[in-house]
Design a protein around this ligand. Structure first.
Ligand code: PEP
Ligand code: MG
Length: 596
């Protein structure tokens, strides 16, 4: 039977920002602008081009205002998106394409904008596919803005309950475009539900930044009921449309206990983490931009274990100069109070496209030109980044980490570049850290299985369990359809990690984990059991991981791991690890229940 608009419906999605929210659903349609079509006569062309030029100027002015507001409310990093959009409006080939369409196709400015944007989006999707952070969204956003300006409408469709009701609302939309995020009434925003976009989408970034629960991967267009009250469960990753009173009460209670738990764990985040039998465990942070991390969190921890420098590149409309990079890295180091930062060199390609890096179309970009492969064939890029990092090393403790290494030969090639920069700097009398360490990420299953040579040559190894799981399981980490198969506790994945740990132990090379497993309590128990004593995670996970570490001894963790491996299937391992976790870390029960 087809559900009516008043039936209670639970819709599964993907959690991208934790917490629970109740509010009334407000649907937002980003593409709410019509494109009027009318034919031009030759003599109208000049006037139409003039109308277009005025619209381009107005749109640019609007974007500058949006950028300034966004910068003061959310931060420079995210606001840079609007700088990028202004650059597109300034791009001579964009303006030329629009004028040419008006003059040659004899169409009005709206049609020219619509067709030109479509062509740019298609060109872009030919270059990059499968990305989470979608540069085509910026193009569509600019196109919609221009169409609104041309039609004399407000600069944004103003998605949400402005004025009117004071009730908190859940924003429901196919796609949350950057301009929409800027025009949200954030005071009353309780939760976000979107169809597209994963953990790195604009919606997810905004939601986490504001501490708002969010779920993506919900087919918004096909929901049987629109409007009304909704529950958003950002821990379990589902949405309840038309919830019962019991659902609402349960969500409110879980939301309260979630907030209490977080506060409780927060208090215990200081100092070195130790297992119950006293072994130190390094808890480090995964960071995309140091400006987003509160200073207290930084000073309480050993340092940053994974600094994803590609976000520095993504937040700009063009490559940062060597000096800009030096300034950024030194800015981060100065905030560290002596802690070490592990800067990973640019890891673009695959699911992290860089709009201004024009690469050829690839049928399988995740298996293609990404990470270190791309950097090594783009020597200017890698050279300038490594040189900037080496120069920054004179100002604080840093290490360099290479992403997506497939063979030890690639590591050697990168090391050669580091050595040649070092001799240049030495000759020029420029200071740098002579003892600087160069490490490699292990994310490729074949490298994990035969890790000995790399472990012998690298100064340190960091296991990227996100990509390692993706490649080992042949499951796209961003594809909600196959998300059930994405199981890092799969015995095959665990065995790969074990191989890396053993190879590093044999060579005496420090090894850490910096994928999402390092922030997951169940996985942490197994990683401890394998002998991993350094884990890098998002700040949000630190308190819970600290609890797990403090509650178990190394022998207990080892025993859990050995038994898990003997069980042999993912389901059995998950059930076993969860029950052991609850036995060994009793305070975790409410957390796991709340998390779903
Ligand atoms: C990983 O793959 O586990 C990792 C830490 O890198 P990223 O998530 O940036 O691909
Ligand atoms: Mg990776």
């Amino acid at each position: 039977m087809t559900p009516t608009r008043h039936d209670r419906v639970v819709v599964e999605g993907k959690p991208v920002s934790p917490g629970l929210a109740v509010g009334h659903a407000v649907f937002h349609d980003a593409a709410d602008v019509d494109v009027p079509v009318f034919a031009l006569e030759e003599e109208d062309v000049k006037a139409e081009q003039h109308r277009l030029a005025t619209a381009l100027r107005r749109a640019k002015k609007q974007l500058a205002e949006v950028q300034a507001t966004f910068e003061s409310e959310v931060g420079k990093h995210d606001a840079a998106i609007f700088g990028m959009q202004q650059l597109l409006l300034d791009d001579p080939s964009f303006g030329k394409g629009l004028r040419r369409r008006i003059a040659e196709d004899l169409v009005n400015a709206e049609v020219a904008v619509h067709d030109e944007i479509l062509q740019w989006v298609q060109r872009l999707s030919g270059v990059h596919t499968g990305g989470d952070r979608d540069p085509a969204a910026d193009l569509r956003d600019v196109g919609l803005r221009l169409l609104r300006v041309l039609s004399g409408r407000p600069s944004s469709s103003g998605p949400v309950a402005k004025g009117g009701t004071e009730e908190r609302y859940i924003l429901v939309t196919e796609e949350l475009l950057p301009s929409d995020t800027a025009s949200l009434d954030r005071k009353l925003l309780a939760g976000i539900v979107t169809s597209s976009g994963g953990a790195a989408s604009h919606a997810a970034i905004l939601a986490r930044g504001l501490g708002i629960p969010a779920v993506t991967g919900v087919d918004v267009a096909r929901l049987p009921a629109r409007g009304g009250r909704w529950v958003v469960d950002g821990n379990a990753g589902h949405v309840i449309v038309n919830p019962s009173d019991e659902d609402v009460a349960a969500a409110a209670e879980r939301g309260r206990s979630f907030a209490r738990l977080l506060q409780g764990f927060e208090k215990e985040t200081r100092g070195v983490a130790r297992t119950r039998d006293g072994a130190p465990v390094e808890l480090l942070l995964n960071v995309e931009n140091w400006e987003e991390v509160p200073r207290r969190v930084l000073t309480d921890l050993g340092g940053i274990g994974l600094y994803r420098t590609e976000f520095l590149y993504m937040a700009r409309p063009h490559f940062p100069s060597e000096q800009e990079q030096v300034d950024h890295y030194v800015g981060a180091l100065e905030r560290m109070d002596g802690g070490t930062i592990t800067f990973r060199t640019i890891d673009v390609g695959g699911d992290k496209p860089l709009p201004y890096l024009k690469t050829p179309h690839e049928p399988n970009p995740v298996l293609g030109w990404r990470g270190l492969r791309l950097s090594l064939e783009w020597p200017d890029l890698l050279y300038s980044q490594l040189r900037a990092l080496l120069r920054a090393s004179a100002h604080g403790k840093l290490r360099i980490l290479l992403p997506m290494v497939t063979m030890v030969e690639e590591f050697r090639a990168a090391r050669e570049i580091v050595l040649s920069i070092q001799s240049d700097l030495r000759a020029a009398g420029k200071p740098f850290d002579e003892g600087l360490e160069l490490g490699a990420m292990v994310e490729v299953p074949a490298l994990a299985l035969a890790c000995g040579p790399l472990a012998a040559e690298a100064d340190f190894v960091s296991i990227g369990t996100n990509d390692l799981s993706q490649y080992a399981l042949a499951v796209d980490r961003n594809n909600a359809r196959v998300a059930d198969l994405y199981q890092p506790l799969n015995p095959g994945v665990l065995s790969l990690i074990r191989h890396v740990v053993d190879a590093c132990a044999q060579e005496g090379t420090p090894v850490s984990v910096c994928g999402e497993m390092a922030g997951d309590p169940e996985a942490v128990l197994l990683l401890l059991g394998m002998g991993i004593h350094a884990m890098s995670m998002s700040p949000y996970h630190v308190p819970i991981v600290r609890q797990v570490v403090a509650a178990v001894t190394r022998d207990e963790a080892r025993a859990v791991f050995e038994s898990a491996v003997a069980l042999g299937t993912t389901t059995a391992i998950r059930t076993w690890v969860r029950s052991e976790l609850l036995r060994l870390v009793p305070g975790l029960d409410p957390w796991l229940r709340v998390r779903g």
